[in-house]
Design a protein around this ligand. Sequence first.
Ligand code: F0G
Length: 324
Amino acid sequence: MKNISRKFELEVYGKFEGANPTGSFKDRGMSVAVSVAKYLGVKVVVCASTGNTAASMAAYASRAGIKPVVILPKNSVAKGKLAQTIMHGAVLVSLNGLFDDALKVVLELAHRNIAYPLNSINPWRIEGQKTIAYEIIDELGKVDWIIVPVGNAGNITSIWKGLKELKNLGLVENLPRLVGVQASRASPLVKAFQEKSLIFEPVEEPKTIASAIRIGNPVHGLRALKVVYESNGVLIDVSDEEILWAQKVLARLEGLGVEPASATTIAGLRKLVEEGVITHGEKVVVVLTGHGLKDPEIALKHGIESYEASSVSEAVNIVSKITR
Ligand code: F0G
C-alpha cells in the first residue's frame, strides 16, 4: 500500500480478504470445514456469528446440499452480512442476547448431536484459515509484523499455526511478531496482556461500532494470549473514532473499502508507530478481514459530504460552488 507506506514511513502491505467469494476471510476455513462436513455425511450445520461466519457458512453449506442454521445476536448484525446469509438460504435464529450467548446455543446443539458446529471451535476452520500465513510468507518472505483484528481470536491463532508450520518446514527463518487489535470497549484480552497475564476477565457488555468483533468472551482467548507472548507481539485496543478514521484512510488513500473491524489494523498500526513499537522501515502486513460493503450503514452514517438538489440547475449550481 504505497500511500499508507509513505504516510507511516514503513513498508505496509494489506492482505485484502474482501476479495474472497463471500467477502471475508471466513471463506478459507469454511471451505475446508464444509468439505469435511460433507465427507462425514452431515445433514445440518450450525454457527453463532456476528455475520461473516454466517454468510460464509450459508454459501458453502447450501452449495454442498447441507442445511445451514445460524444463531445471530439480535439487532447486532450488519445489513450486508444479514442479506448474504438470507440469500444463501440459511435458517436464521435471532437470539435476544450477545454473540457469546449464541455460541452457547451452538455448543449445546453440538453436544446433543443436533447439528454439526462450524464456529472456529471446529479445528478444520483453523486449518483453512492458516493459509493466510502461507500466502503472506510465500509472497513477501521475511515480514516484521502481522496485524490482525481480534474477536473470538480464531484468526490470530490460525495465522500463528500457519507461520509455525512454515518455520518447522524450514521455509522461513524469522517469524513475524503478531499484533492483535480489539475495540476499546470489547477488549478483554488487551487488559490481560497489559497485566502480562494468561487469565482474562470477559467483558459483560461489549460495545463497538465494529460489530464483527463485538465479543466479550473470546473462545480462543487463552490461545491468543499465548500466541502473542510467544511471537513477542502485542495486544492493543482502539476506539471507535480511531476505527472510523482508519476506515477512511484505507478507502481514500488506497481505494480499499473495508468494514470497521478490518480498519482496526490501521488504527492499531498508527498507535504502535506513535508509541515507537513499530519503527520506520519495518515490513508490516495488515489483515483486512472483510469488505466495506458488509456494513453499508456505517459508511452512510459517518463522514459523507452530500447535498440535496431538486432540479438539474440546482445540482449544477451546488457542484460549481463547492468546486470553486
Ligand atoms: N474481522 C472480521 C471482518 C470478522 O468478521 C471477524 C470475526 C474478525 C475480524 C475477528 O476474527 O473472531 O477469528 O478473532 N467474525 C466472527 C463472525 C466472529 O461471526 O463472523 P476472530
